[in-house]
Structures are given as C-alpha cells and as structure tokens.
Design a protein around this ligand. Structure first.
Ligand SMILES: *[C@@H]1O[C@H](CO)[C@@H](O)[C@H](O)[C@H]1NC(C)=O
Ligand SMILES: *[C@@H]1O[C@H](CO)[C@@H](O)[C@H](O)[C@H]1NC(C)=O
Ligand SMILES: *[C@@H]1O[C@H](CO)[C@@H](O)[C@H](O)[C@H]1NC(C)=O
Ligand SMILES: *[C@@H]1O[C@H](CO)[C@@H](O)[C@H](O)[C@H]1NC(C)=O
Ligand SMILES: *[C@@H]1O[C@H](CO)[C@@H](O)[C@H](O)[C@H]1NC(C)=O
Length: 649
C-alpha cells in the first residue's frame, strides 16, 4: 500500500496484459508499459470528479441506452476489461476498488481501521450514510474507469481517433434500471450483462473476442484466505446462481433473469411507493427498524436494494455483503440506487441526515458511534490535505461531474425546492415506475380505455405506460420470464372518489438471523415447485423480500439489529380482480382472501428451507392504506392512515 502511494504509475501494471491474450483480455498489439502517458497518481488519491464537456455535465445513462452508442459502448467494455486485468496489487485495479466495500479486509490508500474494526469493509449498512457513502465510492470507480477509457480512445487512429475521443470525454458509468419495463421480448436482466461469457470488441487493434467484463470478474489469482468461507474460497470467478456448491460451479444467469422478471411488479411498486410516501430521509435511506411511528414506512431504498442484491446473486457473490462488489453487476446496481437517491432528493430537497447512532461496525466506524452529515466517508479523499468527503459535500452530484437523464440541468435542485424540477421528476416516475400501481389507472382514466380497462394506445405516452410484458427471448436463447399481466381491471373496480387501497406485507427481521442471506417468499397458495431454489420465480409468488447479510465473522456481525422492508401485494391483487377471482380491493374482500391464501416460506440462498417460527425476530403484518390518486402525470399519490389487519407471523 505504501509503495503504491509514492507516485505510483498506472501503466506498468498492465504489462502482463499482452502476454495473457489466452485469458481473453484485449490485445492492443503493443506493449502498454512502453507508453509515455504515465498517470502518476497523487498521494493521497483524491476523488475529484470528472470535467464537464463544453460547459455541460454529461449524464449517466441506462445500460441499454449506452449500448446504442457504439463508440461509448466499446470504450466501456474495453475500459472495464483493462481495469479487471490490472495487477490485483495495484491500488486502482478492479480488485482493489471492489475490495474497498468488503473483503479483503485491508487498508485502501493508507486509511487505517479503527481499533476493533479490522474485520470489516468500509461500506456502511443499516445506516443514514448508506446512500451518501456509495456516492463517492461510485465516483471513484467512475474516475478510474474514465481515465482508462481516455487512454484507450487515444490508441485509435485517423477519423476514428476524434470519434472515440469525443465519446470518451462524454463517458459516464451506466446504471441498470431494474424497475422500468424492458423492451418487448427482453428480460429485465440485460443480455449484455448475463447473456454471454464473451464479447466481440471493436478496439483500436481490430475486432477481438474477449472475456465479457460484465458477465464475471476472474480473480487473478483468487486469495482464498480473503474469501473467508466455502465455496467462495474456491470460486475462481464471480458467479451468479452457481450450478454447484464447489469450485466447478458456473453461473446460470437464466435463473437470475427469471427471478428478476418474476419480481418486477414488486420492484416497481416498492420504488413508486418510496418516491410517493417516504419524504423523511431517515426512513427512506436505510432499513434500520424504527419502533416508533414506522407503520407506513417499513420500506427503504436500502431494503429494496438488498432484494436486488440477493436475487442477482441467488447464492453467488452478489448475495453476500462482503463479496458482492466483485461482481460487475454491483456497480450497475449501485448506480441505479444513486440515481433513485438523486431523484428522491429533487422531491424532498430539505430532508436530510438526522444524527443517528451507527447500527453496525464498518472499517472506520464503531457500533453506536453517532453518524451525521459531517461524518468522513472513508476512504474517499476530497483533498490532498487529507480531508475526506462528507455527506454534506456530496449532496449535489455535480461535484463529481455527472447527472442523470431525469435531473439533467437541475443545478442545486437537490438542495432547494424547485417546483418545475419536481413536476418533471414526478412525470418521469409515473412514466417509468407507475405501471404496477393503481395510480396509473387514475392517471390513465382521463384517457380512452377499451372494455378490458386497458388504455387505448392513441396517446403514445399512455401506450408506454401499459406495455405488454412478454416472456423473454434473448438472441435465440430463451429466458422465459413469467409474464406478469399488465392488464389492469376497469378503474371503477379499484378507484372510488379518487381513492384506492394499497395492500402491503410489513416485514421485520433480524438481519443476521440465519448468519447469511435468505429469502422471505409470500405465495398465493402453496409454492408449486418442489424445488425451493425455483421459488424466487414461482408462478404464484406474491413477492419476495430478501435479506442481504454477512457470513458469521467478528467484524461484520450485525448483532441483533432489526431491519424492515415490505412486499407490496396490490399489483398481484389487481391481477386477481382482472381475472375475476376477487371483485375489489375492499377490506371485507381482501382480508379473508389473504387469510385463506397467503403462504409464507423462508429459504436460504443455498435452497435450505427454514421454519419461519425459528427465524429470530421475524414479524409479518398485513396492512392496508387509503391512498389519494394523483390527478395528473405530474403528481404522485398521497398516502393516508394505515389499518393493521392481521399478523401472518
Ligand atoms: C463474435 O464474432 C464471431 C464471428 O463473427 C461470432 O461467431 C460470435 O458469435 C461473436 N460472439 C459474440 C459473443 O457475439
Ligand atoms: C490474502 O488475504 C489475506 C487476508 O485478507 C491477507 O492477509 C493476505 O495478505 C492476502 N494475500 C495476498 C497474496 O494478497
Ligand atoms: C461439484 O458439485 C457437482 C454438483 O453437485 C458434482 O457433480 C461434482 O462431482 C462436484 N465436484 C467436485 C470436485 O466435488
Ligand atoms: C439454469 O436454470 C434454468 C431455470 O431453472 C434451468 O432450466 C436450466 O437447466 C439451468 N441450466 C443449467 C446449466 O443448470
Ligand atoms: C424523520 O424521522 C426521524 C427518525 O424517526 C425523526 O427523528 C425525525 O424527526 C423525522 N423528521 C421529520 C421532519 O419528521
């Protein structure tokens, strides 16, 4: 570490690239170490953000959108690949940057652990710093990748040189939007991420087939001491839905695609509800259970984020806190979380961090220590004088030189109320995330509908709101997503006097109850498949809450910390109204229906079924709320009082 701080040089670390063509890195046709462009890094390494382009701050795009720009896409793939093939001891390698989050538990850039916290990563969980800590973390990753991309662009020649250099200057990391309906016929899991272990890259030295850097990260070599438990200490690459529990496992991304597709309506509702009904930063930001006054606020961006982690891991790296950051999908997922946070900030710009005791340790924080908006976000230096970034300092994404499509150009809207900006963000939320909520019926009811209650596609905006969600077929390889019918019942069955009822399972549980990640599945009736590993995409699944946890080890033990989250039931219940199984969402209909039909299953990510009664602290309450429907696309619904109906456990 010390050595790398003393005027370290980026390029020589890539030396072995040329010799490893067989392991599928890109062959640039020359020895990269001979190049003059030596990027000595400062000591300490400062996360300084990226420069604007002709006075504009570029946006981070959705990954499918980025893929439509061939030059940017090629540079992204080549940049990731180069970062992954850098020597693992290099401070700016994939291994070291990923390693900041969890394992290996070691200093990054010389930032020491506080006593007793040596067995942790720097990441903050169940914490008011959860959204803000990940912001400079992503900015660091973006800065490193951007720098490699500028270099790669400079290797092109002739007309291509300008083309690639322009693309490189505008490059910002993409996000994976797991709550917007994918294009017809595609799975929520982008094919570029899960579809192929190799990719053809049209680099400066011609088209070459290289290892797909979005599919897996190959350890070079694996440090089995750092990956503290089996089978992670045997897996030479990151895996998703591993095909076995020993070193021979491969990824089965089909399972990931199925699980994401099946849970899509749940992701949409949770996100839509977070934007509509979670105006307090303390509840929005993290999943810590707040005993007083939490009734309508069991969910949080962290809890929703956890469910995506566990479902994109399904027993692989993404499911475990200390291992997750090595999987390339981690950064795509977290960029989405950061975007949600930024959009939320526009809606609630004055709600911010209330000083709160840390629920758990991190590398530089001890449990119980007060965390506030000035707590140093380690190990991210803001300045060569050794000052760290703080939550206050990262409040506006512009300090790092990026924005997002929905908030582009909105300087300072993240700190001060701006009615026009809020209307614009609400319209985007309705368009992108409203489709599984009764709110979409209300907004749509101003428009023409057919006899089934579907909005007629005369207005292209409404057509986009109600696309048919198809079983997915990707480039010849079938990824059958359980089609989740978007056919909404006639508005009159759901909405009365501009109000409708939301049904929710409020869940709380001790995060480390099972010493590792697990799923809480709710079904209508018993699960159909005898194989618990198929439950995450079972046909009668009402929704899944996944608990993202750590292995049993001293530093990352989260003790008896209670976390909370939700499984929204409204979308699935609306489907049953459409199908004629039930007649409305009124309590006298739904309460007995749920009592008779709603079934609970708890299963660990390795498929072991657990008796819910033995899961420490598990409580599930079925509640409903009256919600006032939005009157236009630029409004969000407003939630009123909550009724507690019964406890499932
Ligand atoms: C790469 O190109 C080759 C030759 O055109 C083709 O056979 C192969 O399917 C391509 N691979 C991918 C992952 O697209
Ligand atoms: C492997 O990880 C362990 C534990 O984090 C660490 O002590 C050791 O130095 C690492 N080995 C190498 C070769 O980096
Ligand atoms: C790994 O697990 C698979 C599937 O359970 C099994 O078929 C195989 O024999 C195991 N290999 C080793 C080396 O244990
Ligand atoms: C991957 O998972 C799907 C869905 O469960 C299954 O049909 C397929 O056989 C699996 N493939 C492998 C190689 O295990
Ligand atoms: C937000 O929630 C926290 C934690 O429950 C509470 O202390 C704070 O007063 C709330 N803020 C507002 C403005 O209601």
């Amino acid at each position: 570490m010390l050595l790398s701080n003393l005027g370290r040089v980026l390029i020589p670390a890539l030396l072995f690239l040329v010799h490893h063509a067989a392991s599928q890195a890109y062959d640039y046709g020359f020895d990269l170490s001979k190049l003059a462009s030596r990027q000595a890094t400062s000591s300490p390494f400062v996360v300084k953000g990226l420069p604007p382009v002709k006075g504009n701050i570029p946006v981070r795009q959705e990954i499918r959108q980025l893929q439509k720009s061939p030059e940017k896409w090629t540079l992204y793939i080549l940049g990731l690949s180069m970062m992954q093939y850098m020597d693992q001891s290099d401070q700016l390698s994939w291994y070291q940057i990923a390693g900041i989050h969890g394992v290996p538990f070691q200093d990054w850039d010389g930032v020491n652990p506080t006593p007793g916290n040596e067995m942790s990563g720097y990441c903050t969980h169940i914490s008011v710093l959860f959204p803000t800590w990940h912001r400079p973390y992503l900015a660091l990753y973006e800065q490193v990748l951007y720098s490699l991309i500028q270099q790669i662009a400079s290797y092109y020649e002739g007309d291509e040189l300008t083309l690639y250099q322009n693309a490189a200057a505008n490059f910002r990391i993409p996000y994976f939007d797991w709550a917007t309906l994918p294009p017809a016929g595609e799975s929520l899991l982008p094919f570029s991420v899960g579809g192929s272990a190799t990719v053809n890259a049209s680099g400066p030295n011609g088209v070459q087939t290289i290892a797909n850097p979005l599919y897996t990260y190959q350890f070079k070599p694996l440090n089995s001491t750092a990956f503290i438990q089996a089978p992670y200490n045997q897996w030479l690459t990151t895996v998703r839905a591993p095909t076995s529990d020993n070193g021979t496992a491969k990824s089965n991304d089909t399972k990931i695609a199925l699980a994401l597709d099946r849970n899509f309506p749940s992701f949409q509702q949770r996100l839509y509800n977070l934007f509509s009904n979670y105006g307090n930063y303390s509840t929005f930001s993290n999943e810590g259970w707040i005993p007083e006054g939490q009734e309508n606020h069991y969910d949080s961006i962290e809890s929703l984020h956890d469910t995506i982690h566990t479902l994109t891991g399904l027993g692989g790296h993404m499911a475990w806190i200390p291992f997750s950051s090595f999987d390339p999908i981690f950064f795509l997922h977290h960029t989405m979380v950061d975007r949600v946070f930024a959009m939320w900030q526009v809606l609630y710009p004055t709600s911010w961090i209330t000083p709160t005791p840390a629920a758990t340790n991190s590398y530089t924080t001890s449990e119980g220590q007060i965390q506030d908006a000035q707590t140093p976000l380690t190990p991210f230096y803001a300045n060569t004088d050794g000052t760290f970034w703080t939550s206050d300092a990262v409040r506006d994404t512009h300090v790092f030189g990026y924005s997002y499509p929905e908030i582009a150009g909105l300087n300072h809207a993240l700190q001060r109320p701006n009615a026009r900006a809020q209307a614009r963000v609400r319209a985007a939320i309705n368009r992108l995330y409203g489709g599984s909520s009764p709110a979409s019926l209300a907004i749509g009811s101003a428009r023409k509908r057919d006899t089934n209650g579907r909005v007629l596609p005369a207005d292209p905006r409404s057509a986009r709101k109600y696309p048919v969600y198809q079983p997915s077929k990707l480039e010849g390889r079938s990824w059958m997503g359980s089609p989740s019918s978007p056919r909404l019942p006639p508005a009159g069955k759901i909405i009365t006097d501009n109000k409708y009822r939301e049904w929710t399972a409020n869940i709380r549980v001790i995060k480390q109850a099972l010493e590792g990640p697990f799923f809480i599945h709710l079904f209508f009736g018993d699960p159909v498949s005898p194989n618990p590993q198929a439950w995450a995409f079972g046909p009668n699944l009402a929704g899944t809450l996944s608990v993202f946890a750590s292995p049993p080890m001293p530093g990352m033990q989260m003790g008896g910390k209670v976390t909370s989250g939700t499984v929204p039931l409204t979308s699935e219940l609306m489907k049953k109204v459409t199908e004629g199984e039930i007649d409305s969402l009124h309590p006298e209909v739904i309460e007995p229906y749920l009592k008779a039909n709603l079934k609970l299953r708890v299963v660990k990510t390795d498929g072991a079924v657990v008796d819910p009664a033995t899961v420490q602290g598990l409580k599930i309450g079925i509640v409903s709320s009256e919600v006032k429907a939005p009157a236009s696309d630029e409004e969000l619904p407003s939630w009123e009082g909550q009724t507690v109906h019964f406890d499932l456990i």
